[in-house]
Design a protein around this ligand. Structure first.
Ligand code: GRF
Length: 207
């Protein structure tokens, strides 16, 4: 299943790829009622739920309610795709090894937000995207895959973000397919692929 908060362009690529791959998206849950990704899911007959974080007294109450819904769906994998909520340690530990996230930077560089502007401000010549298992350490879980993009002299954060997003769309379906085929798992805090621990930067995916 996929958790979203916004446009759902990554979700769309995952939906498209599911038609020709070895996984099915069991449901899409959004914390925002207005997320366009919900329409994308409905268009593809994927069941949707809204768990609006504004309806909860606390972060824990939201996390607990969401976790109980996920238990009902009982997915093999929880894919965070443009999901803009920080999930608490209890939630993450409850689904340890079954949560993936996509982060628009070459982790460990630039955890958190505004990654594109930060890369530009730092004068970096390359940027990119990381897919990792989610652990209680924000944007700190074991990296599974990365994709690099060049930074050009006149790039704005928007232009760079669009270039990174294209790379996100390329690599997320590949990683979900690896997990669905049993090749990828998390073990003792490491990402394991084909029974081998991946290097700290994961698999570098060019195309
Ligand atoms: C993008 O900024 C992407 O880098 C990050 O979430 C945002 C929206 O993604 N993963 P999406 O279009 O909702 O998939």
């Amino acid at each position: 299943m996929v958790l979203i908060s916004g446009s759902g362009s990554n979700l769309q690529k995952l939906i498209d790829a599911s038609l020709v791959s070895n996984y099915k998206i069991s449901a899409v849950i959004s914390n925002r009622p207005d997320a366009f990704g919900l329409q994308r899911a409905e268009r593809s007959n994927v069941p949707t739920r809204i768990v609006d974080h504004k309806s909860f007294e606390s972060r824990e109450a939201f996390d607990n309610f969401l976790a109980n819904i996920i238990d009902e769906i009982n997915p093999q994998l929880i894919v965070l795709a443009g999901f803009m909520r920080i999930l608490g340690g209890d939630f993450v530990n409850r689904f340890s090894g079954k949560i993936l996230n996509i982060h628009p930077s070459l982790l460990p560089k630039y955890p958190g937000i505004n990654t594109h502007q930060r890369a530009l401000d730092a004068g970096d010549t390359e940027h990119g995207v990381s897919i990792h298992f989610v652990t209680p350490d924000l944007d700190g879980g074991p990296i599974i895959a990365q994709g690099n993009v060049p930074i050009y002299k006149n790039d704005t954060a928007e232009v760079l973000a669009a270039r990174v997003l294209e790379k996100e769309h390329l690599i997320y379906p590949k990683v979900v397919t690896w997990f669905a085929s049993g090749r990828l798992r998390m073990h003792k805090g490491s990402a394991i692929m084909d029974n081998e621990a991946l290097p700290p930067c994961g698999v570098i995916i060019q195309s």
